[in-house]
Design a protein around this ligand. Structure first.
Ligand code: SF4
Ligand code: SF4
Length: 182
């Protein structure tokens, strides 16, 4: 049995937002990513709320549960849904496929770069999913990673830099990662 998802932060709710029902795939419904769910009343809610699948019951976005995320990151406004992976070591910014440039607009891009600098200090990652393509946002540059196939892993590495090792991000298979760590 899965744990209940964390509650919304004070003053926050999903009201008026259904963006996660477009961006994410729902395996139980065979719903692909970046397509509205057939059960979604866009901007209003779920028509099968009481019987929605576990993937939907367990999902909460970062804006909803973390009151320190500024209000303008509300997904219905920003067109981006924040999530974390790998125990919080990866911050993921899932951009609406219909607004692919949303993350580049002010004030978001500057804030994303600040997040990247903060995450890099602990070898964490900031990954933007611009529709179906991933981009690693690093303090000094943005690195396109492409579609990242199933089975591939996004790994934090270091590359030689003038001030010592600079954080880098690479896409590897499990075998390549194991070989790199030998
Ligand atoms: S994206 Fe976040 S705020 Fe919007 S409906 Fe989903 S969980 Fe709620
Ligand atoms: S079943 Fe409901 S909650 Fe789940 S994706 Fe579809 S509309 Fe959203």
């Amino acid at each position: 049995m899965s744990a209940d998802p964390p509650p919304p932060a004070p003053g926050r709710s999903c009201e008026g937002c259904t963006l996660c029902c477009k961006i994410f795939g729902i395996p139980e419904l065979e719903k692909p990513r970046h397509a509205w769910c057939a059960h979604c009343e866009i901007g209003r809610g779920c028509r099968i709320y009481e019987t929605r699948p576990a993937s939907c019951r367990e999902f909460v976005c970062g804006w909803l549960i973390d009151g320190t995320v500024p209000e303008h990151w509300r997904p219905a406004k920003s067109r981006m849904v924040l999530t974390t992976e790998d125990g919080g070591r990866r911050l993921v910014i899932n951009v609406d496929g219909g607004r692919l440039d949303a993350w580049k607009k002010p004030p978001y891009y500057a804030e994303i770069k600040r997040m990247a600098a903060a995450m890099a200090r602990s070898r964490g990652q900031v990954i933007v999913w611009q529709g179906r393509n991933a981009i690693a946002v690093l303090p000094d540059r943005d690195k396109p990673l492409g579609p990242v196939a199933p089975g591939q892993i996004i790994v934090t590495t270091e590359r030689a830099g003038p001030g010592g090792g600079d954080i880098d991000v690479e896409v590897m298979t499990a075998e390549e990662l194991a070989a790199a760590r030998r």
